[in-house]
Structures are given as C-alpha cells and as structure tokens.
Design a protein around this ligand. Structure first.
Ligand SMILES: [Zn+2]
Ligand SMILES: [Zn+2]
Length: 418
C-alpha cells in the first residue's frame, strides 16, 4: 500500500513537471497582462510601465516594426540604433527579487557596449541579455554608494575567464584620494586576492586586472560644467556633477550618431542637471515614493523617511526636471514598484510635466533611432546561456605564476581517489 502511494505521488508530481518542461526555456512573466486602477501596465505583467511605449520622432517616414518582447540574441541592432536596458530599477531598502538596484546597459549599433552602474542583483540581468561577458568591459560609476557598485564582483568574476584585458572603470575622484574611484577599485582588486591566486593557472592574467579612469571632480565649475571622459569610435561620454550627499556624485551623457542617453543616478532636482540632459533621447533620473508611502513600505519611522527623502526626488519634482530637460522619454528609476505606487508616481509627475514618461522596471528595453523610441520588456531565459565567444585580438590564455600557498598534505591525502 505504501509503495503504491509513493508511486502514485511520484507520478502525480512528475506529470505536471514533464508537461511544463518547455516552460523553462523562456521567462514567462509571472502576472497576466493587466493594468492598475489608473490604467498603467502592472509590474511583472510583461509590459513596460508607460502609456507611451512608442514615440515617433520623425513623422512621415516608414518606421521599423518590433516584436512584442525583446528576446536577447534574436534582434541584432541596426547600424544607427541604440538599445538601453534597465538592469536594476529598485532601491536598496532592500533589494527585491523583481528589482535589482541601479544598473543600465547601453548597446550601440557599432558593436560598443557600456554599463552605467552595477548595483547588487544586476549581474544576473546583465548576463541574461545575450552579450558575451568579454564585451562587457566598460563600466561607468556615477557615485560610490553600494546600491550602484555592489555588483562589481559579479562583473569582475564573469569576465576573468573570458578575456585577457582589464575591466575598465570610470568614476569620480572624490575630494580626497580615499573617497575616489581609484581607491575603491584598488580595494576591490585587493579583496579578490585569494580568488585570483587560487585561479592563477585557470585565468588569463589580464582578466584579473582593473584599470581606473578617475574623473577629477575639482575641475567642474560653472565655466567647465562637464568633462569629456570617453571619446572613441564616434562615441562621446561626458561626466557632470549632480546634487547628491557629499561631493563626488556625477551623471553621464552619451552621444553617438545623433542619439543620446543621459543618466543622473541619484540626484536632487536641479536646473544644472536639466541643462546637462537637455533633449536627450533617453533620460534616466531617480525618483522616490512620498514619505508616508516610503515609511509604510520600509517600516521606518515617518520622520526618518522624511529626512531620507529630503535628499531625493519626489514624482512631482521629477516632472519639474523633465519639463526643463524635455527628453525623448523621461524615465523614473530607483523606485519601489507596486500597483498603488505606480499610480502615485504618475499622478505626481503629470502634475508638473506633460511629455512621455516611463517608470523603470528591470529588463525594460528602449530602442532608439533617429525616427522613433520604442519601449518593451525583455523576455529572457532563467537559464540564460553564454553566447558564442567573440573573436578577440590579443587573448592570451597562458597561465601566470600559481600561488605558493598550498593545502596541508594531511588534508590532501584524505581525498577520495577518482
Ligand atoms: Zn546614492
Ligand atoms: Zn542609489
């Protein structure tokens, strides 16, 4: 009898698993397509959170048609096209399964890729996007808060085996050396010493190094509001200061082929940042819920929430910034998703702004051309595989010197013979 029950139970369990086997190939959005009370797509239902998923920039021309979802590896970019992917849309209070913290991937039709911030949780989203890790070697850090940098080990580790050239990191200098990006990356590399020495004969040595390009923040002034920090293959990236806690927080603006991407990470609203981001195709700016919503959501005292939010941007203030900058699409990010909070976000922004707005969601994908801006959700595999390795020049898989650190013989001798 017991045997029979066990068999019946196993069979009952096995059938649904077998029937659903194909389901694990692609991500199925966990919610059915639905809308909030005010008619915005609900989070996790496979649609970007905006009422303007298609924005026509040039009228009267034939427009490229896109599939309903972006599926990595299935849509090569056109020569003159830019794709921006939200890798992390949340905040660190705390990181959620559906929302990693800050991180954005910008892919260009010329084959270049750029990562802006690498918050905790973003590496898994990054590697689900079908770009080989060896091509993900340019990281631009806006400021050194951990919700913008905490995923750096995941980036460093996944690249190590794939390349013999360093991870390149751009970031602010800080007012003293210990507050700067060079000190940060030096410490990251130092913390990885056991990791690197233990893999000396497995990794190309170049992949275990970090090269830092520190942006000297003392050079910013009203006369010198931005610095050109990257200029290659027709891609220009500018850094500019933003108002966020102590000195050393920056935003970036990328220009390529008549297309532009602007990102201010965390910042209080200012006319200066609006000026730096003016008319960008894609402008990503932080936004936080209102104090009572934030206190309820984080379970922190209301006064504490008010103090925290005094240093951030409310939906209504975000609308003021967008109204000055007039971007192609204004994107609020660093926000906690939830049906009621989605409606509250739009209610606030739309009191001060009447242009196209989106609330960022992990794996929102924005395609930009001279003719249009199209926003979708990516459908990525939970079991994403690494795409074919690109042919890279100068890859040298020769091992470096293995560490002299050796396990004690008595421990090694207990190994079971294979
Ligand atoms: Zn911050
Ligand atoms: Zn932040």
């Amino acid at each position: 009898m017991l045997h029979y029950l066990a068999f019946a139970l196993a069979f009952a369990l096995a059938v649904p698993i077998m029937a659903n086997a194909g389901q694990y190939k692609d991500f199925r959005f966990p919610r059915e397509a639905s809308t909030t009370k005010d008619g915005y797509p609900t989070p996790l239902s496979g649609k970007p959170i905006t009422k303007t998923p298609v924005i026509v920039k040039k009228k009267g021309v034939s427009l490229k048609k896109y599939p309903e979802h972006y599926i990595p590896g299935k849509e090569p970019l056109a020569d003159n096209e830019m794709r921006v992917t939200v890798l992390g849309s949340g905040s660190p209070t705390p990181v959620r399964r559906a929302q990693a913290t800050s991180g954005y991937l910008v892919e260009l039709g010329n084959g270049d890729n750029f990562i802006f911030d690498i918050g905790p949780g973003t590496p898994a989203n990054l590697y689900s996007m079908g770009v080989h890790p060896a091509l993900l070697d340019k990281l631009f850090i806006a400021h050194l808060h951990l919700d913008h940098t905490g995923g750096i080990f995941g980036l460093f580790d996944a690249m190590g085996w794939a390349r013999n050239t360093p991870l390149q990191v751009w970031g602010p200098s800080g007012t003293t050396p210990e507050l700067g990006t060079a000190e940060f990356t030096r410490n990251i590399r130092k913390a990885a010493e056991w990791h690197v020495q233990s893999k000396r004969n497995l990794l190309p040595t170049g992949g275990t190094t970090i090269v830092t390009h520190e942006v000297d923040i003392s050079k910013f002034s009203p006369e010198n509001p931005r610095q050109l920090v990257y200029d290659k293959n027709g891609v220009k990236i500018y850094a500019f200061p933003v108002v966020h806690t102590i000195d050393g927080s920056m935003g970036y603006r990328l220009e390529w082929n008549g297309l532009s991407f602007a990102y201010t990470a965390d910042s209080e609203p200012s006319t200066f940042e609006a000026e730096q981001c003016r008319a960008a195709d894609v402008f990503i700016h932080e936004v936080f819920p209102l104090p009572d919503e934030y206190a309820a959501q984080t379970k922190m005292p209301l006064q504490h929430a008010k103090n925290a939010l005094a240093q951030h941007t409310s939906p209504e203030e975000l609308g003021l910034v967008f109204n000055l900058a007039r971007p192609g699409i204004g994107i609020g990010s660093h926000y906690t998703l939830g049906d009621a909070l989605v409606d509250s976000f739009f209610k606030g922004v739309l009191t001060t702004y009447d242009g196209p707005v989106m609330l960022a969601h992990d794996l929102s994908v924005i395609n930009v051309t001279l003719e249009q801006i199209v926003i979708r959700q990516a459908k990525t595999s939970f079991l994403a595989e690494v795409p074919d390795a690109p042919e890279l020049e100068g890859v040298d898989m020769n091992p470096g010197k293995r560490s002299d650190s050796k396990r004690p013989d008595w421990l090694t001798e207990t190994k079971i013979q294979k």
